[in-house]
Ligand binder design. Structure first.
Ligand code: ZN
Length: 210
């Protein structure tokens, strides 16, 4: 809800005869508590355009009190004209400039590489740079709504089974119940605890599209 809307919220007497509200049409048979399932994994890779996230850039502390890496969230909007998934948002929660020891690169650098390779104009991710410069390069791409490919995986987080140290989630569309039409339900009864948990699309990697 935007601040504008929030300011207009007010208490009313719903039995006041002068109370006017908009006419609505709804489907009472539909399940109001079901989440729509994420797009199917069989559609991987999805073409998306990058849009500004909700939180924006945040700085995380580095070693010895020095400023550390930067991270942002991104909205990845699916581009798939004439399909049910066109314009559906996928969410990148943590695109960070943190160097991964295993690969010597970062998620932000990986996203940039996939964007540059998709654009095919020979741009390269710099090998020597700073957290801020890398973040600015990615922000440029978000500002111009650049396109890239993403792979998603269904993941349902179980709050009941998770603790502060350990998050428990079920991953992979195949683990979710099969519908009559061959698609998978976005909801699952977690075997460990019986909770009803819902799948979300997690972006596992970014790839170049041509
Ligand atoms: Zn559970």
């Amino acid at each position: 809800m935007s601040t504008d809307q929030a300011e207009k919220v007010q208490s009313v007497d719903i039995f006041d005869q002068s109370l006017a509200t908009e006419e609505i049409e709804l489907n009472p048979e539909s399940n109001a508590f079901a989440f729509p399932p994420p797009p199917p994994e069989s559609g991987n890779p999805y073409r998306v355009k990058l849009l500004k996230g909700q939180k924006g850039w945040q700085q995380y502390p580095g070693k010895n009190g020095k400023p550390g890496y930067l991270a942002t969230d991104i909205e990845c909007r699916i581009i798939a004209p004439d399909t049910a998934y066109d314009d559906r948002p996928l969410f990148e929660n943590f695109a960070s400039t943190m160097l991964m020891q295993s690969s010597g690169t970062s998620r932000v650098a990986g996203i940039l590489k996939a964007i540059y390779d998709t654009r095919g104009q020979g741009e390269k991710v710099p090998a020597r740079t700073t957290h801020a410069d890398l973040a600015r390069l990615l922000q440029n791409e978000i500002d111009r709504e650049s396109e890239v490919g993403v792979w998603i995986q269904w993941a349902a987080y179980c709050e009941a089974c998770s603790s502060e140290d350990k998050g428990v989630e079920v991953r992979g569309e195949k683990k979710f119940p099969l519908n009559a039409d061959g698609s998978h339900s976005g909801e699952l009864k977690h075997k460990a605890c019986g909770s009803l948990i819902s799948a979300q699309a997690k972006i596992t990697r970014y790839v170049a599209l041509t």
